[in-house]
Design a protein around this ligand. Structure first.
Ligand code: MLT
Length: 264
């Protein structure tokens, strides 16, 4: 793992393989190992930069919630690219990673060569979603991260197919969620205050691939279809059998679509 210092906090990232760079941006409450199935498939032909976002994995996890926002995460990604000597990259993101990719489209479009947006949405949180994130923060402060991890792994995150027939993926998801509590709290804060990215779609002028799990209950296929319709020339691939973590639940289909897009 390489590391880069950002405002006194260290961000770790893996730098694997050679070729055109692909920067991977994980979702909540995960870390860089979310992308192991993709890095394994791509590193023979592409350079994979795989950071742990602030508060996750090996990166520092400060307690000050003001440090967490989609804009701050995006600035950290630019520091990772600078540290790696990478001018522009394909950005491959999932869910909260997509919220951060939209921030990157606004702040540094010239650093994005192409975009992969998986299982994400452009709308900000409504009142109900914000209240539920606040309740989650209170639960974490009172009882730690375990109840949240349990409810996510047994709840809407994974498809019924995955839960019923892929116990290894369920266990792996649990392991990838083993991150510091301040990282959970900070990401929830960042998601609560993230802006509306609907108009950001009109600013995308690079090749774009939307991916979505067939059974994604958090950001369903209809949401991906609407974003796809708003980005001329973009592609949309629905990943069979997968829920919200489409890259982990159906890696062969996810990797196939990604490799075809990157090669095109
Ligand atoms: C994620 O997977 O990053 C989260 O489910 C996104 C969210 O809660 O909005």
């Amino acid at each position: 793992m390489a590391e880069v210092e950002r405002a006194h906090n260290r961000i770790y990232y893996a730098d694997r393989g050679d070729g055109e760079p692909v920067l991977f941006v994980h979702g909540y409450p995960l870390n860089s190992s979310l992308w192991d199935p993709q890095v394994g498939a791509l590193e023979g032909s592409y350079r994979c930069l795989v950071p742990d976002l602030l508060g996750f994995g090996r990166s520092d996890a400060p307690e000050d919630l003001d440090l967490y926002s989609v804009e701050a995460y995006a600035a950290d990604l630019l520091s990772v690219m600078d540290d790696a000597g990478v001018n522009n990259a394909t950005v491959c993101s999932l869910s909260m990673g997509g919220y951060i990719a939209f921030a990157l489209v606004r702040s540094a479009p010239e650093r994005i060569r192409a975009l992969i947006l998986a299982d994400t949405r452009v709308e900000p949180d409504g009142d109900e979603a914000r209240a539920s994130r606040t309740a989650q923060q209170e639960l974490i402060r009172a009882q730690g991260t375990a109840p949240v991890i349990d409810s996510m792994v047994t709840g809407p995150l994974l498809s019924d197919v995955t839960r019923a027939s892929k116990p290894d993926v369920v266990e792996r998801t649990r392991r990838i969620m083993d991150n510091p509590a301040p990282g959970f709290l900070g990401a929830l804060e960042a998601m609560k205050k993230r802006p509306d990215s609907t108009r950001t779609l009109a600013r995308i002028n690079v090749p774009t691939l939307f991916l979505v799990g067939e059974h994604d209950a958090i950001t369903p296929p209809g949401v991906a279809r609407e974003m796809h319709a708003a980005v001329p020339g973009s592609r949309l691939v629905v990943i069979p059998d997968a829920g919200h973590l489409s890259n982990l639940e159906s890696p062969a289909a996810f990797n196939g679509a990604t490799l075809e897009f990157l090669g095109s």
